[in-house]
Design a protein around this ligand. Structure first.
Ligand SMILES: NC(=O)c1ccc[n+]([C@@H]2O[C@H](COP(=O)([O-])OP(=O)(O)OC[C@H]3O[C@@H](n4cnc5c(N)ncnc54)[C@H](OP(=O)(O)O)[C@@H]3O)[C@@H](O)[C@H]2O)c1
Length: 273
């Protein structure tokens, strides 16, 4: 496993996305992922599966301190008081005394950043999380959040895959020392079927999914692909034994297109600011 270092955090470059994983399947996938070598789990209060993620972690036999656990506070729970309740519930469901990373899941159109970033920093100072960060933050929001934060922000978790141009946000994160965690790295299943990516993969004895995860990690990003399939768990981790050429990196980057985004935001952020 490779790690990405950012503002004091050391984050495993591949994590397991858990959105939509529920009940016994979620427990089983999380436990299996840890058994096959994952050391990073991504959940959220909004996913409604923190209890199952915690059960999977406990059942895996892997030590708690060896796993990097992230959860998030959703945009409708960022107001003073709500934030603290959301975090408290998350820790109870996960059966953990602290997190490795706590994120603001989406910026709120109503709660000022001063309040939500303040609550995030307070949670870190209270020892409830080792690190803090944000998700779905635009370029101006990143600048504002960094100004307001009394504790370092270590990541911005955003949609990144070959079909979406995130150059400006990536540059802003780099400028402030934040890592970027790429969500929907497989564009929710579009990547595995892409003919150009399959062709590039064949040259390396790899699948299209492995090519894209490698493409992202090779740029210094963290990836959190989700799968409910045992074989694919191992497949998505086996990306550290090959390297893409500069020409292949350029060809994959050229797949970006204006309608490439796969996630519908819960409200309307101005992505292009
Ligand atoms: N911060 C945010 O706002 C935000 C938003 C969205 C997502 N996320 C996080 O990012 C994670 C990943 O995003 P995502 O789950 O939306 O999408 P994703 O990881 O891009 O794609 C998941 C889909 O790809 C399939 N898949 C996975 N590995 C595969 C492989 N090797 N070959 C073929 N198909 C494969 C899975 O199907 P099978 O299960 O059948 O393998 C699933 O349908 C989420 O689970 C969540 O933790 C965060």
């Amino acid at each position: 496993m490779q790690f990405v270092e950012a503002n004091g955090a050391r984050i495993p470059a591949v994590g397991l996305g858990t959105m939509t994983l529920k009940d016994a399947l979620c427990v089983d996938v999380v436990a299996t992922a840890l058994k096959v070598g994952y050391r990073h789990l991504d959940t959220a209060e909004r996913y409604g599966n923190e209890a199952e993620v915690g059960q999977g972690l406990a059942a895996s036999g892997v030590k708690r301190e060896d796993v990097f656990v992230t959860t998030k506070v959703y945009w409708d729970r960022l107001a003073p008081g709500d934030f603290e309740r959301s975090l408290d519930e998350s820790l109870k469901k996960l059966k953990l005394s602290n997190l490795d990373l706590l994120l603001i899941h989406w910026p709120s159109p109503k709660v000022p950043l001063k309040d939500s970033i303040g609550a995030l920093c307070k949670a870190k100072r209270a020892g409830l999380t080792k690190h803090i960060g944000v998700a779905n933050f635009t370029v101006p929001m990143i600048g504002e959040a960094v100004q307001l934060a009394s504790e370092p922000l270590v990541t911005n978790q955003i949609e990144v895959h070959p079909y979406l141009d995130q150059t400006k946000v990536l540059a802003a994160c780099r400028q402030h020392g934040l890592s970027v965690t790429a969500y929907c790295p497989l564009a929710r299943g579009k990547v595995p079927a892409d003919a150009a990516l399959i062709r590039i993969g064949k040259a390396h004895g790899k699948t299209a999914s492995q090519v894209v995860l490698r493409f992202l990690v090779q740029q210094g990003l963290i990836v959190i692909p989700r799968t409910s399939n045992r074989d694919r768990l191992a497949e998505n981790l086996a990306i550290f034994d090959f390297k893409l050429t500069d020409a292949e990196m350029a060809e994959i980057a050229a797949l970006k297109r204006p309608d490439g985004r796969v996630v519908n935001p819960p409200h309307a952020p101005k992505w292009d600011e």
